[in-house]
Design a protein around this ligand. Structure first.
Ligand SMILES: NC(=O)c1ccc[n+]([C@@H]2O[C@H](COP(=O)([O-])OP(=O)(O)OC[C@H]3O[C@@H](n4cnc5c(N)ncnc54)[C@H](OP(=O)(O)O)[C@@H]3O)[C@@H](O)[C@H]2O)c1
Length: 402
């Protein structure tokens, strides 16, 4: 393999650190050229020493901490602010960008990387949820009402940029599609069900932040952990799948699989269902996105086969988890709907984490924002970002009602 040079945006987070782990084990053909963190300067300095990255970005220009107080490797170039993220994502020496920033903040750098023709390993699902119409146009593939083979769908002839999914469900679907790219009938996303899978609505109304952060199978950043508890994460993944695979919302399905071993499935025209199984460890889908189409030994542990397995599938209770019907609706609508719901959700999760709204207010706040916005089918990026700001302000009012 020819040598590869990687920018890890959001390197200090859960996916970012797992990526560094994978890259360290892939060997000397793989070089970390750039890393970013938002506020955690100490962690960034530790990762800079570990990886010998030349370019180091602290994306929050106003974050405290003196860069000179940390120990940096020789020759490092340090920059601050969101523009520096875009520079790292588009640098000539970088061929691969791991988009691992959380939330809408990851959109511009991911789009810039695609525009610059980079191979993008996409963890930042918000890029597709918020800016799906823009990405579809950029990659030269309008969202057709059919499913197509992954290699065709994901390659972007217009720009040369290429998206490879890191989200475990989308990586699983991407892998399953190899079994019959032309005739998939349904894409079946699995969901762990989160910590409240068996809770009543009344119990969920009183859920605390600590309870919502106790995910039964995955260790992740705070925001996605709350999204797993509301099942908004699955709603965002439905929207992500619609744009990534160019499929109609009716071809998507969600089933609850509490063991988090089956990461997703594809049902083909002949009725066969192909699934991808592995332990819940993000290093596998991260590595697959980096090395695709090659499969190489991976640090994630193998599945334990020496004892009886229990793999269960359950339907989603859409009354207790109203995020799921909301996700289907937004995936079907497209246009501005994803940007509004994504921003509303980010704002509502922040309000919940700071104790200003109840857990069960999060999804209704998102629905209210969706219903109060003026829908547009073919928005520009600036319009999507404007609606992002509008939806956050709308949700801000919910804290006054709680
Ligand atoms: N964790 C998982 O298992 C998992 C699985 C599938 C998909 N994903 C997706 O991967 C993305 C990252 O998730 P995560 O769990 O790794 O999140 P995380 O642990 O919270 O890490 C987020 C990263 O983004 C940086 N960041 C935070 N706010 C930022 C801003 N405004 N501008 C630029 N950078 C910012 C953080 O920097 P600081 O550390 O300095 O704050 C950190 O590097 C999300 O889109 C998530 O949905 C995650």
């Amino acid at each position: 393999m020819s040598s590869r040079s990687v920018a890890v945006l959001g390197a200090t987070g859960s996916i970012g650190r797992a990526t560094i782990d994978v890259l360290e084990r892939l060997g000397s053909e793989w070089r970390v050229a750039a890393i970013s963190g938002h506020r955690r300067l100490d962690t960034l300095a530790e990762l800079a020493r570990r990886t010998s990255a030349r370019q180091v970005v602290l994306s929050d220009a106003s974050a405290g901490g003196d860069w000179s107080e940390c120990e940096w490797p020789a020759g490092v170039e340090f920059s601050r602010g969101p523009e520096a993220l875009v520079q790292a994502a588009t640098a000539a020496e970088v061929d691969t960008v791991v988009a691992a920033i959380v939330g809408r903040a990851g959109v511009e750098s991911t789009l810039a990387a695609l525009q610059a023709g980079k191979r993008v390993a996409l963890a930042n699902k918000e890029t597709l949820v918020c800016a799906g119409p823009v990405v579809a146009e950029l990659l030269g593939k309008s969202p057709t009402e059919r499913l197509a083979g992954p290699a065709e769908r994901l390659a972007g002839p217009a720009s040369g940029g290429r998206l490879l999914p890191v989200d475990s469900e989308h990586s699983a679907i991407f892998q399953c599609l190899a079994a019959g790219p032309d005739n998939p009938r349904r894409l079946i996303l699995t969901a762990s069900g989160g910590p409240f899978r068996q809770w009543s609505l009344e119990q969920m109304q009183a859920a605390t932040v600590a309870e919502a952060l106790e995910h039964p199978t995955w260790r992740m950043g705070k925001k996605i952990t709350i999204d797993s508890a509301t099942m908004m994460n699955k709603a965002l993944e439905l929207i992500e799948a619609r744009w990534l695979f160019g499929c109609p919302a009716e071809s998507l399905e969600v089933v609850v699989h509490p063991q988090s071993i089956i990461h997703s499935m594809v049902e083909f025209a002949d009725g066969s269902v192909v699934a991808q199984l592995s332990p819940p460890d993000m290093r596998l889908p991260i590595q697959y996105a980096l090395t695709y189409p090659q499969r190489l030994p991976c640090p994630s542990p193998p599945l334990e086969r020496g004892k009886p397995w229990e793999l269960t599938l359950e339907p989603v209770d859409q009354e207790r988890f109203p995020a799921i019907p909301l996700g289907f609706e937004v995936a079907a609508k497209g246009g501005t709907a994803g940007a509004v719901v994504n921003a509303a959700n980010e704002a509502a999760v922040d309000l919940f984490l700071s104790g200003q709204i109840r857990f069960t207010d999060i999804v209704p706040a998102c629905r209210a924002a969706l219903e109060h916005h003026t829908f547009e089918e073919r928005p520009s990026l600036s319009r999507l970002l404007e609606l992002d700001r509008w939806a956050r302000a709308e949700v801000g009012r919910w804290s006054c009602r709680a």
